[in-house]
Design a binder for this molecule. Sequence first.
Ligand code: FAD
Length: 463
Amino acid sequence: MADFDLIVIGAGPGGYVCAIRAAQLGLNVACVEGRETLGGTCLNVGCIPSKALLHATHSLHEAQENFAHMGLTSAAPKVDWAKMQDYKSEVIGSNTKGIEFLFKKNKVTWIKGWATIPEAGKVKVGDEVHGARNIVIATGSAPATLPNVEIDEKNVVSSTGALSLPKVPKSMVVIGAGVIGLELGSVYARLGTDVTVVEYLDHITPGMDSEVSRQLQKLLARQGLKFVLGAAVQKVAPAGKTKSHVAWKLRKDDSDGSADAEVVLVATGRKPHTAGLGLEALGVEMTERGQIRTDAHFATNVRGIYAIGDVIPGPMLAHKAEDEGMAVAEIVAGKAGHVNYDVIPGVIYTTPEVAAVGRTEDGLKAEGRAIKVGRFSFMGNARAKAVFQGEGFVKLIADAETDRILGAHIVGPGAGDLIHEICVAMEFGASAEDLALTCHAHPTFSEAVREAALACGDGAIHA
Ligand code: FAD
C-alpha cells in the first residue's frame, strides 16, 4: 500500500489537470484511470476525435464548394474513410501520449485500473489498497439515452459509436440538436450522408441565444441537414436488415412522424458516471440528477473526498472540468482555488462556428434588465467575406446604464477563438466601450467583435 497526499480518480480533463497542478504545488499525487489511455472522454471519444473529423470533412467541403471559385482546380478529393479514421486515431494517440509525458514530467503516479473507495482515505484498485489524505473524484460522464431507445453501438449509436462507424452510412437520424448531435451530424452530412436531426424542443442548440439558433439552423440546412423540431421520439426499432425505424410525435398536434435510417445517433445528453465507486456505502450525497453534490470548494459531505467535472452539476465541458481540476488542486494544497462560472464559454465547432459566453438577450429581457445590444454582421467584415463566411454575426450585450459587458454570442468564422477576447474583458469587468476603444488588427475576424462593441455605443462603422 502506497500513501499519497492526493489520489485523483479519472484521468479526463478534470482529473489529469488536477493531478498535474497538485504535483506542481508539491503534493505526492496518483491518478487512477480505468481506460487503457489517459485523457478521458475528451481525448479518447469526445472533443479531440470529433474535431479531427470536423477538420477533415470541413476541408472536403471547402474543396467541393469553394476551391474552383478561387481558381484552384484539380480532381475533387475522394473520401478514404479508413484513412480518415487512421488520421483521427493518430490525433488521439499523440494527445493521450502527451498526457503520459506530462504525468512523468510532473511525477504523477498513474495507477491503472478501476477504482473504488472502500472508506474515506482509501482507494482500492484491483487487490491494492492505497492510502490517500485527499481523494478527488473526476469520473466524468457516459452517454444517456431515451426510454424505448436501446444503444447497440452498431445501428443505434452513441457519440462514441458515431466516431468510429465501419463505413459512411447513406442515411442517419440524429436524435438531439445539441452540440454533439450537430457536430457529428455535420461531419456525416459533409461526407454525403442524408442526415435528419430530430429535436424535442422547437429550436436547435438548447440554452443558446435564439437568434444564434435560428441562423445556425438556416446555415446547416443549406449544408443539407434536415430538421424535425418539436418532436418527441417514441421508439427506435429495427426496420429490415440494415435500417432502424425512428418514430416520433410532434408536440404541437400529437401527429405521428417517422424516418428510416442506416444509423441512428442518440445525442440526447450525458449522465454522470459514478457506478462502482462505492459512494452509496460511503454516504456521499447525490443530487436528484445522479451527480455528486459538492459545496463551493468542491468538497462532498464526506471529509477528504472532493468531486469535479462532468460528475458534478454545471456545464459538461472539458474546460469547465479543467478549471475545477486546477481550483480543487489549489484548495487541497491549502491555497484559494476558484472558478468563475459566469464566464465559461461554450463553442459548437460546426461551420460556421458558434460561441457564447455570459447571459443571453432572452434571459436578461425576461428578468426585465435594461440592456444594450450591439450587433454586427460578418457581411461587413472583409476577411470573413474573403473566406465565404459572411453570414454570421457578433452580438454583444451590455448593461444599459454601466455599459458593463454581460454576454456575447457569435456565429461566424473563428467564433470559438474570438469569444476569448470577450471572456477576458468580462473577467476584468470591462465595458463595451473598452472593447470599442481597443485597436484591432485589420483584416481580422476579430474586427467584428470591436464593431459589435461600437454598435453598443454610437454605432458600428461598417454596418
Ligand atoms: P471524463 O473526460 O469523462 O473522464 C473521466 C475518466 O474517468 C474516464 O477516462 C473514465 O474512464 C475514468 N473513470 C471513471 N470511473 C472510474 C473509476 N472508477 N476508476 C478509474 N477511472 C475511472 N467538451 C468541450 O469542452 N469541448 C468539446 O468540443 C467537446 N466535444 C465533445 C464531443 C463529444 C463527442 C463528447 C462525448 C463530449 C464532448 N465534450 C466537449 C465534453 C467533454 O468531453 C467532457 O465535458 C469532459 O471530458 C469532462 O471531463 P471529466 O474529466 O469530468 O470526465
